[in-house]
Ligand binder design. Structure first.
Ligand SMILES: NC(=O)c1ccc[n+]([C@@H]2O[C@H](COP(=O)([O-])OP(=O)(O)OC[C@H]3O[C@@H](n4cnc5c(N)ncnc54)[C@H](O)[C@@H]3O)[C@@H](O)[C@H]2O)c1
Ligand SMILES: Cc1cc2c(cc1C)N(C[C@H](O)[C@H](O)[C@H](O)COP(=O)(O)O)c1[nH]c(=O)[nH]c(=O)c1N2
Length: 171
């Protein structure tokens, strides 16, 4: 197959285009011997349902990177309407302990913090990872799921938050 010759896509052009891709907002957490940590991520998606697997992309320069790879666990907590403050707290710069002060947390099978009030929580173990450019793709097997009935969702689109009205999650 011949790939058409074209100019390289500039970093800013890529980001401008990606800003047009609406995405759910998630607080990704971990806990274990390498410490409790969390960060905000929109780069999350389903991979396969056999075994139930999702992926999370994490920047290797993030302060939380060693905690996630060291612990080998993640909980993907999907945010709903009115949880922008949590997203901003986990979105960088804020010290780890302070990030967790904005929510109530419990623990599930992996020990990763589960956010009370999250619309969805996927408790996972990391089964593999692949480095691509600045990021690692974490492949995460889902061991447990918690789901709220009222499935309003916080969406990040065009560089700002949008609230999507509630609907029944398991219609
Ligand atoms: N995948 C990511 O790492 C990612 C995604 C969204 C936001 N962010 C962080 O939030 C900040 C604000 O984002 P914004 O949407 O308001 O404006 P922005 O112009 O920085 O980013 C626009 C879009 O480009 C993508 N993007 C941004 N930084 C990226 C990166 N380092 N690697 C891969 N994709 C990236 C995301 O889809 C983002 O929504 C970013 O500068 C970045 O630090 C990172
Ligand atoms: C809306 C939104 C979405 C994302 C982010 C931010 C925000 C505000 N960030 C950035 C990430 O949350 C941030 O780098 C971490 O919190 C680590 O920051 P510190 O290095 O601890 O300051 C982010 N980082 C990442 O590695 N993958 C992702 O998918 C996203 N998505």
């Amino acid at each position: 197959m011949t790939v058409p010759h074209s100019l390289p896509v500039e970093r800013q052009a890529f980001r401008d285009a990606m800003a047009g891709l609406a995405a759910a907002v998630n607080v990704i957490t971990t806990d274990g011997p390498h410490g409790r940590a969390g960060f905000t991520a929109t780069a999350v998606c389903s991979v396969t349902d056999q075994p139930p697997t999702l992926l999370v992309c994490i920047n290797r320069t993030a302060s939380v990177y060693e905690s996630f790879t060291g612990n080998g666990t993640v909980c993907v907590n999907t945010l709903g309407n009115g949880q922008q403050a949590l997203s901003n707290a986990f979105g960088g710069k804020t010290p780890q302990a302070q990030r967790f002060e904005g929510g109530c947390w419990s623990q599930g099978v992996t020990g990763a913090p589960i956010l009370e009030g999250a619309k969805l929580s996927f408790d996972c173990k990391i089964t593999s990872s692949t480095s691509v450019g600045t990021h690692d793709i974490l492949v995460c097997e889902v061991l447990d799921i918690r789901q709220q009935n009222e499935a309003d969702v916080l969406v990040y689109f065009a560089r700002r938050y949008h609230e999507l009205a509630g609907t029944q999650a398991s219609a």
